[in-house]
Design a protein. Structure first.
Length: 337
């Protein structure tokens, strides 16, 4: 195993710096009243993390560049992460983080239209923030080389990929923000899938579904690509998977419907696969992770590894599986139209 060279370390540090840029996203499209200080905003509420934590820690695959660079040499692994440090992004100021998300943080999750809109908004904010920073970081590196230099190519390619995602994500984010500013939540759509089990995994993410869960093509990556938000949270101490999208986004609706049409006993396995495939913020109870088969652990870690390549595009059978991973016993599916 080749060690990481000092030059690679300094590159990683510089690149991570660009990925960690601080910005209150509520300002991006004309909001005001920032208090100036950018906080480490939690994408998954601490109160939720505490429900699956063991001695204050959850188990997750690290998402920062330096552990990823090391894991690319030694193999991808999940490790213990303190809940104070898990799933935080510097994308809101203290005031907006508190005020915007109070209906999620200070009240029980009952999936009102307002709560669903806020869940969607926060998942989209994470995507806008991550893609925008990845675009900037890649552009900064690409600029260092002449266009004829082959070393420029991977950065230029990454720049184009993230830029396309950022444009589509910002469009969706703007629409969602508009609903929040007007306190009118009629454009939010959702599928809420409730399970009957002890929660072992939490996840938040937003992605552009290319195929539905049985491999039917839904869309291409374009500037207008539809986004879907995906959460695995707990309500009444039981797991709930929530898909959110905006009115008129047909590929997202078709993705959610195809998920809900599968046999109940397969829904847990599908949800966990989607969480590992797409969601930057997925964590679990350590003992659950150790209880699943070695083969499943390898498959899920492989998903994270592939998803970490900028140019990776899922194919039509990316969600197929031969054996069940787990079954949290789905008890109901509700749609918000
Ligand atoms: Zn702010």
């Amino acid at each position: 195993m080749k060690p990481i060279t000092p030059m690679q370390w300094s590159f990683l540090k510089r690149y991570q710096g660009a990925l960690d840029s601080k910005e209150c996203l509520s300002k991006r499209f004309g909001g005001d009243g920032c208090d100036g200080r950018i906080v480490h905003a939690h994408m998954i509420p601490r109160s939720q993390l505490a429900q699956i934590a063991v001695q204050g820690h959850v188990h997750a695959v690290p998402t920062r560049l330096s552990p990823i660079a090391q894991m690319k040499r030694s193999g991808f692994q999940a490790e213990d992460i303190g809940i104070g440090n898990f799933s935080t992004l510097q994308c809101f100021c203290a005031r907006h983080d508190k005020n915007l998300f109070a209906p999620l943080e200070d009240a029980a999750l009952t999936f009102t239209r307002e709560q669903l809109t806020l869940l969607h908004y926060r998942a989209m904010a994470a995507e806008v923030y991550i893609r925008g920073n990845a675009e900037d970081a890649a552009a900064n590196e690409a600029r260092k080389y002449l266009s004829s230099d082959p070393r420029r190519e991977p950065f230029y390619q990454a720049f184009q990929i993230h830029s396309l995602a950022a444009i589509a994500a910002e469009e969706n984010f703007k629409r969602t923000e508009n609903m929040i500013n007007l306190s009118g939540y009629d454009e939010i759509r959702a599928a809420i899938i409730r399970f009957d089990a002890t929660p072992v995994l939490l996840s938040v993410g937003a992605f552009r579904p290319l195929y539905n869960v049985v491999g039917t093509k839904l869309q291409n990556f374009s500037e207008e690509a539809a986004y879907i938000g995906m959460h695995i949270l707990t309500a009444d101490k039981m797991p709930v998977a929530i898909f959110t999208w905006l009115k008129g986004e047909r590929p997202s609706k078709r993705f959610a419907k195809s998920f809900c049409l599968q046999p109940y006993k397969e829904l847990t396995t599908l949800a966990v696969q989607i969480a590992f495939e797409y969601a930057e913020h997925t964590c679990m109870r350590r003992d659950w992770w150790m209880s699943i088969s070695k083969r499943w652990r390898a498959l899920l870690l492989n998903r994270v590894e592939t998803a970490n390549r900028a140019a990776w595009v899922p194919d039509e059978d990316f969600l197929s599986f031969e054996s069940l991973l787990d079954d949290w016993k789905c008890r109901s599916i509700d749609f918000v139209n």
